[in-house]
Design a protein. Sequence first.
Length: 379
Amino acid sequence: MDFALSDEQTAIFDMAKAFGDEFIAPNALQWEKDENIPKDLWPRLAELGFGGLYVSEESGGSGLSRLDATLVFEALSMACPSVAAFLSIHNMCAAMIDKNGSDALKAKYLEKAMSMETFFSYCLTEPGSGSDAAALKTRAERTNEGYALTGTKAFISGGGYSDAYIVMARSGEAGPKGVSAVVVDDGADGLSFGGLEDKMGWRAQPTRQVQLDNCNIPADNLLGDEGKGFTYAMQGLNGGRLNISACSLGAAQSALDKTLAYMAERQAFGKPINQFQALQFRLADMEVELQASRAFLRQAAWKLDTGAPDAVQHCAMAKKFVTEAGSRVVDGCLQLHGGYGYLADYGIEKLARDLRVHQILEGTNEIMRMIVARQMIAA
Ligand code: FAD
Ligand code: 2MC
């Protein structure tokens, strides 16, 4: 067993970190104020191969492992977790098309997804069904040409911003087996968007409802087989949950790095505050939390990469553990900055707001516990 990153993995991390330091970190606070990530960022990330991190090389992707991808999201989140997590959603969609799509669908979408001329959103949640995702009601009715979609998707990251949407909709019976996944292009007749949601964090990313009113799409925009959309959506989320964990980890690490520098400078009672043992112990606790998170996350990614039978549970456990640890660490860092931690200019309060939602989306941490406990009591 080898816990070290390979030279190639270290190079991937360093490349993402350098890009984030130069092109994302200096803009993160402004993009949050603008409530917009400039679209010209994406082709530059695509040049590094980040438009399809774990899309196969045959399809024009980078063909990396899930573990490699977590390194990219960890590194980019040191600059801004909101930007990194947005990129993760696009990657999740691109990989769903690569893994499950027909040759026609791949030919239609993947090249531009890899260059990130086409940015993808993922539409599962509805106003009446979030955790109980298989209860979704959006209909996909068969027509002569393909499908007519009617329904509303809630909380869609990139709603009204993205170029294409993977929509999970009901084409058959109640429950998970009646769900199909389809691709809807921006500009399609019958596609419209709700107002911009006013959120606590992830403010650089637009979140809107995606509304479908007899929205007609061609038959070859079906992803894979009819009735398998729920499984594709869940498989996509396994990797997504790893990525979200990596986003919490990178952001918390950057908060801790900033806090160490701050504590060496900040004086109280005649000495730098890093000389108080009570505070040193807090630093040590935070270091332990992040090291444990990193090891646990990478183990879960390795399980997904190797098709381990308990990979789904490990992805869920990693999401629960790492997102909660990440938020605790950022909150601790905010406290160690005193009043300055509460000011926007220091960047820590943004991280506390951005990371909070990682315990809610891509499956709440209660649902992560449910996934783990179901397996524990099944045997
Ligand atoms: P509910 O399912 O109503 O849950 C309410 C509470 O009950 C939660 O605490 C939940 O954990 C708990 N709960 C529910 N069932 C159980 C149970 N069986 N046992 C124990 N506790 C339970 N969705 C998308 O499809 N695409 C996106 O791009 C997207 N982006 C998002 C961006 C943001 C900023 C946010 C906030 C959400 C986003 N979501 C997206 C939606 C997100 O995935 C859902 O909010 C989440 O899955 C929870 O669903 P819900 O909000 O309906 O909560
Ligand atoms: N990986 C692979 N397959 C999975 C899976 C997973 N993680 N989870 C479920 N499945 C399969 C499962 O094996 C079953 O297939 P089969 O019948 O062939 O065995 C099918 O999906 C149905 O699963 P369940 O019987 O477990 O369905 P149930 O409705 O009881 O529970 C649950 C499913 C609660 C685990 C699922 O609804 C869930 O994960 N809910 C959380 C929703 C969520 O994560 N939303 C995130 C939206 S995206 C987002 O927030 C973004 C920011 C992008």
